[in-house]
Design a protein around this ligand. Sequence first.
Ligand code: ADP
Length: 477
Amino acid sequence: MKKYQHYINGEWVDSTGSETIAVVNPATEEVIGEISAANKDDIDQAVAAAKVAYESRVLVDMNPMERAKLMRSIADELRKISKDGGALLCEENGKLLAASEYEFLDAANYFDYYSGLTDKIEGQTIPVNNQVMDYTLYEPYGVSGHIVPWNFPISMLARSLACSFAAGNSTVIKPAELTPLATTSFFAQAVHNAGVPKGLINIVTGYGIEAGAALTSNLDVAQITFTGSVKTGKIILHAAAERAVPAVVELGGKSAAVILPDADIDKVVNATKVGIFSQAGQICSAMSRMIVHKSIKDEVLDKLSELAKSIKVGPGNEEGVDLTPVISEEQLQKVENYARSGLQAGATAISGGNRVDRKGYFFEPTIYADVRPDMTIAQEEIFGPFLSVLDYEDHEEAIHIANDTDYGLAAGVFTKDVDMATKTAAKLNGGQVYVNSWFTGSIATPFGGYKQSGYSREKGQQAIKSYLQLKNVGIQL
Ligand code: ADP
């Protein structure tokens, strides 16, 4: 079995400890590789290397155009390995092969996009009085620590790393223990081949409770970025507060699509397919709830039922597959429990509700109707191919139901009436609102949550500000 290593200070190394992490292919339940689990010593070493690299000012003092060029070299290297890296990512995560390859291309695009900002980190001059010349500078924090989830191991890593690097920070990345292989091997190789000076980018994986906690509590980590569950996000925010360092957090969601009576139902069906069945629903901004007007409920449910029947379940590397496995047995059981609890609470299964009778962590495309707002399946993030359909009569009631959860990551509205679309979008609590579609964003569009879904914004130009601190300089003339 192939053994993988951590990437610290420009070299691939084992952990100093003896514990290993066996990585399982969710489609076959077979172990495909292992990596030694990083402990506190390993994390401390990586942070120390990042600190030395930062203090050498190799990146901070690099001409912005050179920094941009280096980032574009990383992008080129990522594109070169997208096929092989994608194949490994598909095996460890279970997602579609095309989506796995795309993660490397997406990562390359993040480096290209943020390379364009290296020479646009501009301060201001501020009039104080004619005896003082005052100006501001944006400076990096130093060592930035990133804790990455397993659902987009490469894209999400690149999302924060490209920003952090463009800003001039050194970075230590802790990939999720379920999906560390493509990151520590292919991604690290791309960084290495691009000629990134040692210590600027370090990738060390281990269990959250040990390696993740060691990273967030290390006194030399000056800024933290986390994407994952609300529960873990709160632990990380506490750790950041303990040391008074800033944290970027992008947490979970329970995003609702509100379907108005005049909606184009084919668009609703298409959005459902990508919104909740792509990547087996394991996307923080997945369309996990639908709130449909009573007058069209039967028609919508008929078409959704047809959709579910048309969905082909299978491994990510098989031709024509729509629905891939969930990440682990634990996640599968969690989804199963929600399915059971939904029926017990009085929901009606339009489709699915069970694990698929085959090897691998496959769950049926699941759509439950007659869901009431107070049911657990309408409130909690399931992170599986599971859509809860609720219905409403009055528009304000629909808005109320949509906003009535602890989350506020995404929301959507389906209508042909632009006026109603904008009015509804204004009232929905969500960092992003999609109209007549789902996942309309790009690297250039800000992404983040309202309420417990987090408060930071990633992507887009303003995200780089999270990796910069502001200095004011006053000169007595
Ligand atoms: P999920 O519950 O979806 O598996 P988590 O939000 O727990 O996801 O994990 C996302 C990332 O956070 C992973 O890299 C995981 O190792 C890390 N993590 C988990 N617990 C902690 C912790 N206490 N401190 C720091 N990182 C953690």
